[in-house]
Structures are given as C-alpha cells and as structure tokens.
Design a binder for this molecule. Structure first.
Ligand code: ADP
Ligand code: ADP
Length: 227
C-alpha cells in the first residue's frame, strides 16, 4: 500500500503575458511508507508546485493525490511541510514556534514544554529555546523549522529545498541530522532539491522530472550505503 499515490497530477498557471502556462504535465508516482524520495529537475519544472499540491496548499487541475488512500483536498496534519525560507513566526521565540505546532496538534498545555524541549534537542537546539528567529543563523532557523514541522507529528514530511539557502558545512550537518531523524522516526520523506549530489546522498529513490510541462522522466535508485 502506497503512502502517497499521485495519478496524472497536472497543473497550469494563468500567465500574465503568455496565456496559460502548463507547469506539470501529468505525474504518476507512488511513495512507499518510510521511503525517502527526492525530486530533481530543471529550474521551473514544477517541483515546488508539485510539493504544494501534495501539501494541499494549491489544487491540481487534473489527476489525484492520495495519502494513505484518502484523497488530499487541503492541508492536513498527516502532511508536514518544510519550506526553503524557514517561515518561522518572528514574534515568537524558538520554544514558542514549536509550542504553537504542538498546540495546533492538540497536545495539552501541561505537556507542551517537555515535548518542545525534546524536539529542540532532536535538532540540536537545546540552548536556543528563549531566542527569537532574528537572533539565529540560517542553519539554526532551518533546525527550528524542522522541529516545528516534526511537532505536527505528520507521517509524511514534504521538504522544499530546505537546505538550499545554507552554506556547504551547515548543509552537510543538517543532511546528517535529517537522515538520523528519518531513521529514528520512520517518516516518509519527499524532498525537493536542485542538487543531484544531495539527492544521491539522501535518497532511496530519485525521481527526475523533465522540463515544463513536467513528467517523470527517469527514476534512479542510488543504493549507496548510508552513514
Ligand atoms: P521549480 O520548483 O521546479 O523551480 P515551480 O513549481 O516553482 O518550479 O514553478 C513551475 C512553473 O510554474 C514555473 O514556470 C513558474 O514560473 C510557474 N509558476 C509557479 N508559481 C506560479 C504562480 N503562482 N503563478 C504563475 N506561474 C507560476
Ligand atoms: P550557521 O551558523 O548555522 O553555519 P550561518 O549564519 O553561517 O549559519 O548561515 C548559513 C547560511 O544561511 C548562510 O549561507 C546564509 O546566507 C544563510 N542565511 C542566513 N540567514 C538567512 C536568512 N534570514 N534567510 C535566508 N538565508 C539565510
């Protein structure tokens, strides 16, 4: 049974000058439970669009997306998303950002501080709970964003170039951390990147999309031993 099943997913945008632009031309893809799948393809081929469709933030014009066999019709707690640009609440502390997601999930007020601290520890931020996003480096912000998404306890993690804005060293560190978290939690990960090297390192399977209107062009199974 697939965790995610995409059948004929298609999407066009109304362009300002060129009329309708077909971004996604019809994508079929099954992702197994616990699998780590990367999406790569030329810039503008619709990788982010596809991820937002799966996240339920935008609708497709055709085809269907099933998560655990249920049709996706909007955002839901079963699918957590991590954006490239962190998207933290600047007016909340690190602890506040994570606690917000716990509250949304319905964790009782009494249990939130303990769980928030455990999540921050999981991403290596034990000391940063009282800081505000503006006081953090890019790498730290992305860690908070990951902790906040983990707080939603979704079985599916959708990640849109989460390490794209980071320097090489921070990116390498967070890649290791993501693999460890993925290994410990058994989550299903769909990871968008423009780096084939990153995809080779992280993934069970790499789905290569063609340029617009994108379709699945190739599927690569790296089969490298992970650290
Ligand atoms: P990728 O993530 O692969 O770089 P995107 O999903 O961001 O690609 O974009 C796919 C195509 O759709 C691009 O040509 C982009 O310009 C276009 N596009 C994306 N978002 C919009 C939008 N809101 N309105 C119009 N066109 C858009
Ligand atoms: P670390 O201390 O974790 O190594 P840095 O402060 O060196 O993090 O920043 C890592 C990378 O993140 C840098 O390349 C920087 O360009 C990027 N970065 C930092 N702050 C932001 C931000 N607010 N938005 C986007 N990128 C950022």
């Amino acid at each position: 049974e697939a965790k995610l099943r995409l059948s004929g997913v298609a999407k066009s945008y109304a362009g300002r000058r060129r009329g309708t632009v077909q971004a996604i031309g019809g994508i079929d893809l099954d992702v197994r439970p616990g699998e780590f799948v990367s999406l790569v393809g030329p810039s503008g081929c619709g990788k982010s669009t596809l991820l937002y469709i799966i996240g339920g933030f935008i609708g497709a014009d055709g085809g269907s997306v099933l998560c655990d066999g249920r049709e996706v019709s909007g955002p839901g707690p079963d699918r957590g998303i991590v954006f490239q640009e962190f998207a933290l609440f600047p007016w909340k502390t690190v602890l506040g950002n994570v606690t917000w997601a716990l509250a949304r999930r319905g964790v009782s007020r009494k249990d939130r501080p303990e769980q928030a601290r455990r999540l921050l520890s999981l991403v290596g931020l034990d000391e940063a709970g009282r800081l505000y996003p503006s006081e953090l480096s890019g790498g730290m912000k992305q860690r908070v964003a990951i902790a906040r998404t983990l707080a939603m306890d979704s079985e599916v993690l959708l990640m849109d170039e989460p390490f794209g804005a980071l320097d090489a060293q921070t990116r390498a560190l967070l890649q290791e951390e993501l693999l460890r978290i993925w290994d410990e939690t058994g989550k299903t990960v769909l990871f968008v990147t423009h780096s084939v090297e990153e995809a080779l390192y992280l993934s069970d399977r790499i789905v290569v999309l063609s340029s617009r209107p994108s379709r699945v062009r190739d599927v690569i199974t790296p089969g490298f031993p992970r650290p």
